[in-house]
Ligand binder design. Structure first.
Ligand SMILES: *Cc1c(COP(=O)(O)O)cnc(C)c1O
Length: 431
């Protein structure tokens, strides 16, 4: 059905072509089953040999998850998607679906805290070197790429100062070096930016944030554009026989399924043998989120812009960063990549707050905002990043990423804007 409909329509229908064939249930059912009957032995054998695609066991696939995967793949303009147990698992297993020990990754350095730690401390222990480069510094990217590089990684809007990545610029470099570009688009969602339109190959989301949208579940998804050429011999995981799958070579042995090589490998090696599966109950929660995402992300963006403009006018505020704020260092890139809204995140600092004492007082006293480590809830959220989400980073790494002790991070919710601004003003009076 998919392509001819607008995104708002796809968000409600894609992946579910008709009501549940067994029951006529209109909503997507939660298929709470561990396994699926084979019609006969031959059917079972074909499924196991990838000669036929179909349900085997819910660690690898589930009809509820399948609809969510198809829906988000349609929204991103991708060929296929795969849900995983968390956004963190989506990042880790995407990288490990391309890189093996001895390979190298080039990444922007303005990352989500957990991803930064994964790249900075976990992957090096697995003998994968990660070159962290300042966002949009293409000279540094070119310099970091070498014969061992296997992928380039960025976030659309980075942490913590909300710099917008020049996705097209990264895609050009990746393409020139025959490398896949992996883009974590959690902060933008397919309604603000579709990285594949600008040349990205792999798109990742934490479903736990705006897509779920209500702070009610943990999940992740990976979407593949289906166009990257894995036959290049440097991608050993695709060109050497997989001992765990009777010698299958993903780049060359999949026949008509070749465009799905990345997702099929992630399913067979990642989910089947390493097990970071998303429960169908959680997939169902995220399907509810997707259906209203277009409306919510618009409201998040409108409220965040209003908050940023309001804070910028306050004499106690030293600085504000929001990609949609006129004069913001990312404003120009936001005009290009995020014309329909610049997302729900705003960060700012207070005057005379080098040590962050006013910031902690502010977050401890504000009403309405929840003090917690999450983003993308319908509720407004607040946190002091330096002492929490990015506290694992050294002070040097924090500084390089643009994080200073005074930074207050807001995830602006969809409450009435007057109430949100009222809460900020009341808290400002106390500092
Ligand atoms: C939250 C988040 C993640 C991790 O997702 P989880 O679902 O919490 O594991 C990764 N990247 C970004 C940009 C995030 O905001």
């Amino acid at each position: 059905m998919t392509k001819q409909y607008h995104p708002e329509t796809l968000a409600i229908h894609a992946g579910q072509e008709s009501p549940d064939p067994a029951t006529n249930a209109r909503a997507v059912p939660v298929y709470r089953t561990t396994a699926y009957n084979f019609n006969n032995s031959e059917h079972g054998a074909n499924l196991f040999a990838l000669k036929e695609l179909g349900n085997i066991y819910s660690r690898l696939m589930n009809p509820t998850n399948d609809i969510l995967e198809k829906r988000l793949a349609a929204l991103e303009g991708g060929a296929a998607g795969l849900t995983l147990s968390s956004g963190t698992a989506a990042v880790y297993f995407s990288v490990r679906n391309i890189l093996r020990a001895g390979d190298e990754l080039v990444s922007a350095n303005n990352l989500y805290g957990g991803t930064f730690t994964q790249f900075d401390a976990i992957l090096p222990n697995e003998n994968i070197k990660v070159h962290l480069t300042p966002v949009n510094d293409f000279k540094a990217v070119e310099k970091a790429i070498n014969a061992k590089t296997r992928a380039v990684f960025i976030e659309t809007i980075g942490n913590p100062v909300l710099d917008v990545a020049d996705v097209e610029g990264y895609a050009e470099i990746a393409k020139k070096h025959k490398l896949p570009l992996i883009v974590d688009s959690t902060f933008t969602t397919p309604f603000l930016l579709r990285p594949i339109d600008y040349g990205a190959n792999i798109v990742i989301h934490s479903l736990s944030k705006w897509i779920g949208g209500h702070g009610t579940g943990i999940g992740g998804i990976v979407i593949d554009d289906g166009k990257f050429d894995w036959k290049d011999k440097k991608f050993a995981l695709y060109n050497e026989p997989d001992g765990g799958y009777h010698g299958l070579k993903y780049a060359t042995d999949l026949g008509p399924l070749a465009p799905l090589a990345f997702i099929l490998r992630l399913r067979t090696v990642g989910l089947r043998n390493q097990g970071p599966t998303l429960a169908p109950d959680a997939a169902w929660i995220f399907l509810q989120g997707v259906e209203s995402l277009a409306l919510r992300i618009k409201k998040h963006s409108e409220n965040a812009l209003a908050v940023a403009e309001h804070l910028a006018k306050n004499s106690k505020v030293e600085w504000v960063r929001y990609p949609g704020l006129k004069g913001d260092p990312s404003y120009k890139l936001a005009q290009k990549y995020l014309p329909n809204g610049q997302g729900g995140m705003v960060v700012f600092g207070l005057k005379g707050d080098k040590d962050g004492k006013k910031a902690t007082k502010f977050v401890d006293n504000i009403k309405l905002f929840s003090l917690l480590a999450n983003v993308g809830d319908a509720k407004s959220l607040i946190i002091h990043s330096a002492s929490t989400t990015h506290s694992q980073l050294s002070e040097k790494a924090q500084g390089e990423g643009g994080l200073h002790k005074d930074l207050i991070r807001l995830s602006v919710g969809i409450e009435h804007i007057d109430d949100i601004i009222g809460a900020l003003d009341d808290a400002l009076k106390l500092v």
